[in-house]
Design a protein around this ligand. Structure first.
Ligand SMILES: [Zn+2]
Ligand SMILES: [Zn+2]
Length: 800
């Protein structure tokens, strides 16, 4: 990344130098060039050869259409050439980078030149011209209005100083200044799919102020992302002449009817509902969904109003930690969100998982949310468009024990103790003050355990992890939800301490060595550091178990994304541009071998594992109620965090594969049945795998990128996210271990691509070609590809 960036910087500097020298040369020879050559030529055309006429024309040429004219002509010629390049199937002679670099260089050069020859004129011109550019960049005025203003200003400048082209020439420079002035979080050119506000809050600006001068801020860091975005928009230019409609459809983020987000088949779902109704006759999906809708609104509102204490009793500890972290972040940046309206477009049961130990309900919800970020200090909205909504597609997972029955009275989601009906007051989220029951144990009512974005949603069955059944024999209460909750709580605590630079809160959740490791990182002498903002935890899934004689280690894959923010020695942010980056970590947790999970505290991972007491101080390693030492290994503690490439982890996974191979045929059948029924790979993983495969030869062309966007969109994954994945794979920052070609994931992936092609009707020649080349890249032979396409077409026709 760094190398690529510095190479680009060098290119930019070379171009700047080339433009500067050629413009200076031209400008210097202009004086002798005009009277001796161009002016007589011009006069020749006009057939006016008297010495006075000649003199007048010469005078006009040297004064009025000045050097700017020359630079402008080159710019226009280049743009026209670039546009013409796009016609037909030509690849294009002029690379877009040439154009963008040239135009920006020429403009900056011209501005400097202006200041030298007529400082007063230049100053006024910049002053008058700058404001519309700033407004446009802040998205306060639209492009159409801006063009009108620009043309008007062009005429004004012609009338006043006879320089009609001046505004056009100044524009790129003004744009660069506007970027700086706005401290823009988001480029004018990037898409709107993501819920990021357009401006920095006053608090954030204060954090940045000063650091521009005190830190060695590289000007390239500011300019580069903007230029990159510009480049991208130039790259799209050829398509203006080619196929506008098809290109457009790729960029539209539509949570379509064609959505490939996996949900349980209706037959499976009905079977599960039936099983639950056998135990709990009052359970009815429509009634539950109605209850869900209320809960959804309460929780979304509580989060945007920063009043999460009000909902603590409804949610798991990990979810609460997640909300807490987000609000801390908003407070630190001086931002508050205002939620104007919530409209639920779709709510349905996505999956119901039940066995003798627990019931889990995954609700797929699609909602339109109108939300604006507001500056806490000034009260000014941070996004210019306060009315536009964003569509959110998520899975909300609810958990309860089979002992729980559908309540006929108000329950947890209605702020009442699900056991005795006593109203729950704030701060009483664990034990009911009247009947003393653990209200979030799942023994009485549904508890919201996690919220996952649709594209991140996956389902894996712990039964497929070798060692699970052995561990279950030792710990009859072993519960995957408890493990996931614990890991997620630890994850959020680590993310918090990455920002606070204080490792102490981790002590009670980590082994000694692990704690010391983190302390060394955070207390190190290097005061320059980075952490992530707007973190979204995609999934925590158990991947491997390693049972030793006296302890057991579990390996959990944590997939998450965030926006990296950097701090310099003064503790101030100076990175201006924000790009969502995906990450994958493997968290290793350990526990003493002879421990038994406590049923009541399944979703209380931030509480004492012995008595369920709240951990009041952030630093106590000893529970204030029962005096248990919290990190002695009687409950899961963090051992270390590794990457998927880690050899120890790979060995464990290999062992798993060998174990599966060694199974008897009958076992295999059972295994396959579980797998077919339950395992779901998330849309994001599929996009990552396809990006890895497409990038295997180092090249990814536009059609392939378009295909990735399409796959992403069909899993309700925004374009920004797909872009983040492609970038990370390109830079070698993201490595997803999958077992090579033609595995289950790859098969699913290819079927998804086929399904997409079939979804909009007939598979056209172009699509067929794309599928063939994609299929070959991921290890399918042509025969196989055609069979799969035909199968998908048949299925599609059957559905009609
Ligand atoms: Zn009670
Ligand atoms: Zn305790």
């Amino acid at each position: 990344m760094a190398n690529e960036s510095s190479a680009k910087k060098t290119t930019f500097c070379i171009w700047f130098f080339v433009v500067l020298t050629s413009a200076i040369t031209l400008a210097m020879s202009w004086g002798s060039l005009v009277p001796r050559f161009i002016a007589p030529l011009w006069a020749g055309f006009l057939k006016q050869k008297s010495p006075e006429d000649l003199n007048r024309i010469t005078q006009n040429f040297t004064e009025s259409p000045d050097e700017a004219f020359l630079v402008l002509c080159v710019m226009i010629i280049l743009v026209v050439l670039r546009y013409l390049d796009g016609f037909g199937n030509r690849k294009g002679i002029i690379p877009p980078s040439f154009l963008v670099y040239f135009i920006y260089c020429a403009s900056v050069f011209f501005s400097i030149f202006m200041f030298f020859i007529s400082p007063l004129k230049a100053f006024f011109a910049l002053f008058i011209y700058f404001y519309p550019v700033l407004l446009w960049h802040q998205k306060k005025i639209g492009t159409a209005l801006f063009v009108v203003i620009a043309i008007a200003l062009g005429f004004v400048s012609y009338a006043a100083i006879k320089m009609i082209a001046m505004y056009v020439l100044l524009l790129p420079t003004l744009h660069l200044i506007a970027i700086r002035a706005n401290n823009s979080l988001k480029s004018r050119y990037s898409s709107n799919a993501q819920r990021v506000y357009t401006k920095l809050s006053s608090t954030q600006k204060n954090q940045i102020k000063g650091s521009i001068f005190t830190s060695k801020l590289d000007w390239w860091e500011i300019v580069e992302p903007e230029l990159d975005e510009l480049l991208k928009s130039w790259e799209k230019l050829p398509f203006v002449g080619k196929e506008p409609d098809e290109k457009e459809s790729v960029h539209v983020y539509e949570p379509t009817k064609k959505s490939l987000v996996s949900i349980q088949s209706n037959i499976e779902l009905d079977r599960s509902i039936k099983r639950i109704q056998d135990r709990d006759p009052n359970f009815s999906p429509p009634a539950f969904l109605a209850r869900f809708e209320k809960t959804y609104k309460i929780i979304v509102n509580a989060c945007s109003e920063q009043k999460i204490e009000q909902i603590q009793h409804m949610v798991s500890d990990s979810l609460y930690e997640q909300f807490k972290r987000r609000i801390e972040e908003q407070k630190a940046s001086g931002i508050k969100f205002k939620c104007k309206s919530i409209k639920i477009l779709l709510k349905k049961l996505g999956r119901l998982v039940d066995n003798e130990d627990f019931e889990e309900l995954h609700v797929n919800v699609l909602a339109d949310i109108v939300e604006t970020a507001v500056d806490v200090v000034t009260g000014v909205p941070l996004s210019s468009d306060t009315e536009s909504s964003s569509t959110v597609s998520e899975f909300w997972t609810f958990f309860r024990r089979p002992s729980a029955k559908t309540l006929t009275k108000p329950g947890l989601l209605e702020c009442s103790c699900p056991n005795c009906g006593n109203p729950i007051s704030i701060g009483q989220a664990t034990v009911c003050s009247v009947c003393g029951s653990y209200i979030r144990s799942g023994n009485y009512d549904w508890v919201l355990s996690k919220i996952t974005q649709s594209c991140e949603w996956e389902y894996s069955n712990p039964l497929l992890v070798p060692g699970w059944t052995q561990l279950e024999e030792r710990d009859k209460n072993l519960c995957i939800q408890q493990i996931e909750d614990k890991a997620a709580v630890i994850f959020w605590i680590i993310k918090r301490l990455e920002q606070s630079r204080n490792s102490e809160p981790l002590l009670r959740f980590a082994g000694k060595e692990c704690y010391e490791f983190f302390s060394r990182i955070y207390l190190g002498s290097d005061k320059r550091y980075s952490f992530n903002e707007s973190i979204s935890l995609a999934s925590v899934s158990l991947k491997a178990i390693d049972i030793k004689s006296d302890y057991v280690s579990i390996y959990l894959l944590v997939v998450w994304s965030g926006i990296p923010v950097r701090f310099d020695t003064n503790g101030r942010v100076f990175a201006v541009h924000r790009i969502v980056k995906p990450y994958r970590d493997v968290m290793v947790l350990t526990r003493k071998i002879d421990q038994v999970t406590k049923l009541d505290y399944t979703l209380l991972s931030a509480h004492c594992h012995n008595c369920g007491g709240p951990l009041s101080s952030d630093y106590d390693v000893r529970c204030a109620y029962c005096h248990t030492i919290l990190n002695d290994g009687s409950d899961w503690i963090l051992e270390k965090i590794i990457k998927e490439e880690n050899i120890e982890y790979i060995n464990l996974l290999t062992k798993k594969r060998e174990l599966i191979k060694a199974l008897t045929n009958k076992q295999k059948l059972v295994e396959r049945r579980i797998e077919a029924e339950k395992e779901i790979t998330s849309g994001r993983d599929l996009v990552t795998i396809s990006a890895m495969m497409l990038l295997a030869d180092g090249i990814i062309d536009e059609n392939e990128v378009a295909l990735l966007y399409k796959i992403g969109a069909s899993y309700e994954m925004s374009k920004d996210k797909v872009m983040g994945v492609i970038e990370a794979v390109k830079n070698g920052e993201l490595h997803l271990s999958f077992e090579g070609k033609k595995t289950k994931e790859v098969s699913a992936l290819f079927d998804a691509a086929v399904e997409m092609a079939v979804a909009d009707g007939e598979v056209c020649d172009k699509e067929l070609e794309m599928l063939k080349s994609f299929g070959k890249k991921i290890g399918f032979i042509e025969q196989d590809i055609l069979i799969r396409i035909r199968k998908a077409e048949r299925l599609k026709n059957l559905q009609k």
